[in-house]
Design a protein around this ligand. Sequence first.
Ligand code: NAD
Length: 459
Amino acid sequence: MKAIPEIIVKQKEYFKSGKTKSVAFRISILKALKEELEANEQAVFNALKLDFKKSEFETYLSEYSMVMSQLNLVIKNLKKWAKPQRVSSSLLLFPAHSFIYKEPYGSVLIISPWNYPFILALEPLILAIAAGNTVVLKPSELTENTSRLISNLVKNVFPEGLATSIVGGVDVATALLNQRWDYIFFTGSVSVGKIIAQAAAKHLTPVTLELGGKSPCIIDDTVDLKLTAKRVVWGKFLNAGQTCIAPDYILVKKQIKADFTKALIEEIKQAYGNDIKASEDFPRIINEKNTQRLANMLNQETISFGGEIDKTTCYIAPTLLDNPDLDSPVMQEEIFGPILPILTFETEQDIESVISQYEKPLAFYVFSNNKAFSKGLIERFSFGGGVINDTLMHFGNDKLPFGGVGFSGMGNYHGKFGFDTFSHHKAIVNRKNWIDPPVRYAPYQGKLKWLKLFFKYFT
Ligand code: NAD
């Protein structure tokens, strides 16, 4: 691998050559990426299975198919998105035409995490390239197999001056952050997000931070218990709970807690069988360190289901915790694993007093057939995005921006929102010369009343 400064010089030269300004070129290279990914579908499945025993079904559903649908969407719409967008001009500008030009920033750095190692690396890469930037991608060091595969795929498709993927850990990330970038896109933890923001501030580099947090899931007593439990179990235990938008904890109406817990247990067994460890569909924790971190969360808690841990194989069973204290470790940090605390509420004030303990979450879920209840909660709290009567599904709609707020992140992406994230929006007014109303020019004497009339009637 070349030294990092050398790669950056190469990318800056590539950008300067103007090649990436051509939308036709961008489309052709994204089509080449699509072909490469199609040819490597099985390799993607294999890499994720090796990294954390993720099933082919889950890899297809939550990683591969989503990357392919982003690629298709971008290839189909890029010409339209990249065209200068005409907007109306105010009368004050008359006569004129106004436009928003979408301009690439230049050199983009993307740093991605391990939990969805394929999509969280490739989707930003696709959108940054679509917007005409060059990219250095640093996938996570914890998913060795997927990250190596990604680096090879990128190498097979892109000239190094346009995009390259560098596998490495904190040392490589730090070396990359010491360089000057035109945009930084980071997905990962809040603590590293702060390091990224500090590094970006040195050069006033714009940054998107896709972070995490404790995402609540509120369930009132109007719900269909079986359907709700099924959707919660799916959203929580997909990827063994290692999902940034997984429900972190449940807040259920007190009088249905026992029945709801029973329904959750039935759905867990329905999904993964009685011998969950032997299930082909339940992934492992990414490494021993995280297994130990999660195991510590179970100390001194009341376990209503699960709790089995095998540190040698990084297995933690889907686990339900009964009413942990808000001061306990499991309620102090983002869980990011297959542990689901079940807390209760009686009044909306109880909900408020739990949620207000935490920073603004990345996701928010409410299950209720009472429209006023769910609408009230959605409007009262600030969070990245959410779903009424399901979990995770907002991630799957590329017509919706995906991102956090406050400690759960800044900025957003997906589809056109992602193209816009990686584009500077340049405002252009094209004034016409055939008439030049004299009001704005000095001397101003006697003109103020005309100006006031203009603002009164035309703005
Ligand atoms: P992490 O922050 O530890 O690592 C993310 C990336 O940052 C990795 O590539 C890593 O090598 C790099 N990194 C680690 N330490 C660094 C440092 N000191 N300086 C520079 N770079 C450094 O996160 P993770 O453990 O890979 O992922 C888990 C976290 O990511 C969770 O908090 C989760 O909620 C969040 N997440 C958010 C989203 C989202 O879309 N908002 C998606 C997935 C994960």
